[in-house]
Design a protein. Structure first.
Length: 584
């Protein structure tokens, strides 16, 4: 049974959550969360590492005990410790933790006092007024929880994957088809190829060898038999000569289409989408007396293009449009005018401007994070631990930050061609003040200002709060600007246009947080920021060395926002970046 990295990481997150509800040792809980972060950021599949006999404890964040648990998961598909815990505590309690205002302590109280074990039970208790009677809850929290429960139910109506999970599924299936089928060309299209923040169904396109479309056995091609026979398939929804559809045990639907070689490019363009982009392309074709479909470009009955995707655009007098831009936001007009942006790439990134160490809620030292950044070829890494108000993350006060500044200065003396940047992720307080004194903030290379509490303010109050934070001359970057967590927490309400205009006036930058569950700024807002001349930091918010690999998801988001190298702060060497981070 295949066990993917995302599934293993989820098991450790569940284990940590249940232990937190029980009130177990915080160090054990943190170790499991750190292991989940490490596993999520690994480039290699954990299953393959285990099968090759690699020592998992060599990876930072995975001790010998956790390595043994990983082997157990890979070999059995489950973890006995988690199974024992779920006998003791209902697994539905984990869904309650997805509600922002319900931490482990409150979930435990709801369970012990009101026997609430899942979202439905919580909704019922909220509606009949039982929750407000508990100490520390009250009517105001009751109304907030009701709103959040409704939002959670609305989100769950659509099953969508975060990009890393979608990548695991897609890459595994592509590798499987290449290994067992007669595949000449293959690609994953749809929203996955456009690098949207979440992915629904996966569309795989194949040009197969002779006889493959008819399913004449794996040796002769038989690509459809190979596809529907994958061990992870739970249900075959349909099976035909040119199209089949399956649902995996995880609930993910995959459609496979077998194409003629002369239509591969047109099908790739068509099934990549978006629908709105394709309509705009079709409109250009109609102006020229041509017809565009998934089978090619036709003049009457004659096919004039289709084998290659690029010729689908050049035949219409358009530049090839990068998949990330295909949302009908002006890209077709830009392609016609030769004005498409040269988008930023991962190779352009020179450093990371947001990371955490074990001084707050990370799990690795300054030295270990610096070593990991250097291994990626970076010139700099900003150490941006939390500030004191975020007590759950063991945030730094002025004295601890001062000691860290000194430690960074000492470490920098030992580096050649690399530097740690002195930074902090400082909380924006309820009234817009920053959580640390101006005196200590003045000693830093950059200051990331973020909101972690008070998420339920009105749009006007939240907007004013952030603008007041930007008024502080030490504010360099607004971190994860809308506070969203994809699939679990909606963005807090803000007037983004006002925020962007205020940032442009004050010379404040915005962050694209590359954590896959954040990807915040939204792509549309990144585009709007670019139009106002606001520079963007693409940063991983790494809490472990493996998380530095999340940079590519942030770059995907930046590309969807039309960002060029010049629009991104951390494409610059430190000699250019340093002055940009200091306002005035």
């Amino acid at each position: 049974m295949p066990v993917r990295n995302a599934e293993i990481a989820e098991i450790f997150e569940k284990l940590a959550d249940l232990l937190a509800i029980k009130g177990e040792n915080q160090f054990r809980i943190r170790a499991y969360r750190n292991a989940a972060r490490t596993i999520s950021g690994l480039q290699s599949g954990v299953r393959e590492l285990v099968e090759r006999g690699e020592e998992l404890s060599d990876y930072q964040g995975i001790g010998k005990a956790i390595a043994e648990k990983i082997v157990e998961i890979v070999e059995t598909g489950t973890l006995s410790q988690l199974e024992e815990l779920t006998k003791e505590l209902p697994e539905g309690l984990l869904d309650l933790l997805r509600i922002p205002e319900l931490g482990p302590r409150r979930v435990k109280e709801l369970y012990e006092e009101l026997e609430i074990t899942n979202i439905d039970a919580l909704a019922s208790a909220l509606e009949d007024g039982r929750v407000r009677e508990l100490e520390g809850f009250g009517e105001k929290l009751e109304q907030s929880l009701l709103s959040q429960v409704k939002a959670m139910r609305d989100r769950e109506e659509e099953h969508r994957l975060l990009l890393p999970a979608a990548e695991e599924v897609a890459e595994e299936m592509v590798a499987y088809l290449k290994k067992h089928g007669d595949v000449k060309r293959i690609a994953v299209a749809g929203s996955y190829r456009r690098r949207k923040q979440t992915v629904g169904d996966l569309d795989i396109l194949v040009v197969a060898g002779e006889g493959s479309a008819g399913g004449g056995g794996a040796a002769a091609g038989g690509i459809m038999d190979v596809f529907t026979g994958h061990e992870d398939v739970r249900r075959v929804s349909m099976k035909g000569e040119t199209r089949s559809s399956v649902v995996l045990r995880s609930g993910v639907q995959i459609d496979l289409r077998v194409l003629e070689a002369e239509s591969y490019g047109s099908a790739l363009q068509y099934f990549t989408g978006s629908k709105e982009h394709n309509i705009a392309v079709r409109r250009v074709a109609q102006e020229q007396g041509l017809k565009v479909s998934e089978y090619g470009i036709f003049r009457g009955d004659e096919q004039v293009a289709g084998a290659e995707e690029e010729e689908m655009y050049t035949t219409l007098g358009l530049a090839w449009v990068p998949p990330e831009l295909r949302e009908d936001r002006g890209e077709v007009e830009a392609a016609r005018a030769g004005a498409l942006p040269e988008l930023v790439t991962v190779e352009d990134i020179r450093g990371d401007l947001h990371s955490h160490t074990n001084a707050s809620d990370g799990s690795f030292t300054l030295e270990e994070m610096a070593e990991a950044a250097q291994a990626r070829g970076y010139e700099y890494l900003a150490v941006s631990d939390h500030s004191k108000s975020l007590t759950v993350a063991r945030g730094l006060d002025e004295d601890r930050l001062a000691r860290q500044i000194d430690d960074i200065a000492e470490l920098n003396e030992s580096f050649d061609g690399f530097r740690l940047l002195r930074s902090i992720e400082v909380d924006i307080l309820d009234d817009g003040r920053l959580d640390l004194s101006d005196e200590i903030l003045a000693r830093l290379d950059l200051v990331i200002c973020s909101i972690h509490s008070g998420l339920n303010k009105t749009e006007e109050k939240q907007t004013e709060r952030i603008i007041r934070a930007m008024d502080n001359p030490h504010c360099s970057i607004i971190g994860h600007p809308t506070g969203r967590l994809l699939g679990s927490r909606d963005a807090y309400p803000v007037n983004m246009q006002r925020l962007l205009e205020a940032a442009a006036e004050r010379g404040v930058s915005f962050e694209i947080n590359a954590q896959p569950e954040r990807l915040d700024l939204r792509d549309e807002d990144a585009h709007a920021a670019r139009e106002l001349g606001i520079r963007i930091s693409i940063a991983t918010d790494a809490h472990a060395p493996a998380n530095l690999a999340f940079m590519r998801y942030g770059v995907d988001q930046a590309r969807r926002g039309w960002l060029r190298t010049a629009d991104v702060l951390n494409t610059r060497p430190w000699s250019e970046l340093g002055p940009l981070l200091k306002r005035g």
